[in-house]
Design a protein around this ligand. Structure first.
Ligand code: MN
Length: 147
């Protein structure tokens, strides 16, 4: 089955764009499109997330891995205690229990494709203590505070 891509707004035929209820405590301006939902012998989901300019995904960690490829725009990604500049085409593997967050903080939307196992554990946000530990790193603190 072919789903035709529309490059004007990064959408695909018959794929709904799911808009999360805004919760600025956790994330802002994030949509999700599920492009593949585990068919045949591939027990994975392949999703496209888009963070609008100025928005950010949830700061989280979990046991399951992600494979991510930036599909559109540029921004920054926090992986563990390191902040990375990312742009279209960059890829990354996010291993078990590494905190991660995507921020569209370079003046444009940041879109990324994300591969996950269909059977996966729930995400966890940092505890107060974990957040304090992360914020001890100056680059992480600046990233989180939008500086
Ligand atoms: Mn995650």
């Amino acid at each position: 089955m072919i789903r035709v891509f529309d490059e004007k707004d990064f959408s695909w035929d018959d794929v709904p764009r799911l808009i999360y209820k805004e919760d600025k405590q956790l994330f802002q301006g994030v949509t999700r499109q599920v492009l593949f939902d585990g068919e045949g012998d591939i027990p994975c989901q392949f999703r496209y997330f888009e963070v609008e300019a100025g928005g950010y995904s949830t700061l989280e960690h979990h046991e399951h891995f992600h494979f991510v490829m930036i599909g559109r725009g540029k921004g920054q990604v926090l992986l563990g205690t390191t902040v990375h500049e990312v742009k279209q085409g960059d890829t990354m593997v996010i291993p078990s229990f590494m905190f991660h967050q995507f921020r569209a903080n370079r003046g444009e939307a940041l879109g990324f494709f994300c591969l996950v196992n269909k059977n996966r554990d729930k995400v966890a946000v940092p505890t107060k203590e974990e957040l304090e530990e992360l914020r001890r790193h100056e680059a992480v603190r600046q990233f989180l505070d939008g500086e």
